[in-house]
Design a protein around this ligand. Sequence first.
Ligand SMILES: NC(=O)C1=CN([C@@H]2O[C@H](COP(=O)(O)OP(=O)(O)OC[C@H]3O[C@@H](n4cnc5c(N)ncnc54)[C@H](O)[C@@H]3O)[C@@H](O)[C@H]2O)C=CC1
Ligand SMILES: O=C(O)C1=N[C@H](C(=O)O)C[C@H](O)C1
Length: 271
Amino acid sequence: MSQMRLVVVGASGRMGRTLVRAIAEAPDLVLAGAVEPEGSPHLGTDAGVLAGLPPLDVTVSDDALPLFAAAEGVIDFTIPKASIAFAGLAAQARIVHVIGTTGFDAAEQAAVEAAARHATIVKSGNMSLGVNLVAALVKRVAATLDDSFDIEVLEMHHNRKIDAPSGTALLLGEAAAAGRQVALSSHGVFERHGITGARTPGEIGFATLRGGTVVGEHEVIFAGPHERISIGHRAEDRMIFARGALAAARWARGRKPGLYSMNDVLGLADI
Ligand SMILES: NC(=O)C1=CN([C@@H]2O[C@H](COP(=O)(O)OP(=O)(O)OC[C@H]3O[C@@H](n4cnc5c(N)ncnc54)[C@H](O)[C@@H]3O)[C@@H](O)[C@H]2O)C=CC1
Ligand SMILES: O=C(O)C1=N[C@H](C(=O)O)C[C@H](O)C1
């Protein structure tokens, strides 16, 4: 099979630069374009140089559509508003769209779902094998334990992160809720402050920490009577997310339109 031509949007971001390096090291993939928004100081710069590599002869552009039209996939770790716009363009160009962006509200998530009627989209709050395996374990443990075990989801990230709780924390909360056969929307507790009253059985609590350069740490605690189970994951390098996103693009190539997750890519759905 020929090399898969990929466009990286948000190419100057922390993940964008990591993705450019990950594509450069993959013999079956080629960087076909790099996009940043209008006004970015990086427009016109070589995407390889931006990522700390020798030049790749791909300059950063703010004109996504012609690049999408000449590619087979777009890898997108940007912001929700941009990802929705890119979903429309990817559908128009009939290319694979891998979305790693987090922080979507309900309306934005609905817009992605609508785009997936015409586009092949893989979207996940965390593209790493490790976190998706942890999510499968969390679902299993939550299904096994009753409400006498309180579930709390903890996360810590670097001080530049703009959304909370993290996409991964929500993914793990959804896994716990699915195991318990409840909706996260009715059982999730995202803030505690002041005289909150005692914990309601069945709550799924979230706690967010921000500081320094932490790549991403998550822990799900099942706190029961006189014992506590803790399942966690520590990301040590953004390359785990980038390689996961590239695996998603390869998997999605040639698949019919729809909204897929990393469970589909990794074959973890039934664990
Ligand atoms: N699903 C996963 O495995 C992971 C998801 N993320 C998520 O990816 C997103 C990006 O994270 P970082 O790279 O750390 O952020 P960042 O702020 O370093 O990079 C975001 C980039 O997107 C660009 N951007 C914004 N609007 C754009 C537009 N309209 N067109 C083109 N580019 C645009 C920005 O200029 C910036 O370069 C966040 O939502 C984060 O939570 C991050 C790591 C892993
Ligand atoms: O913003 C980040 O950095 C990360 N975002 C994702 C999230 O919101 O969970 C994934 C990873 O933890 C890093």
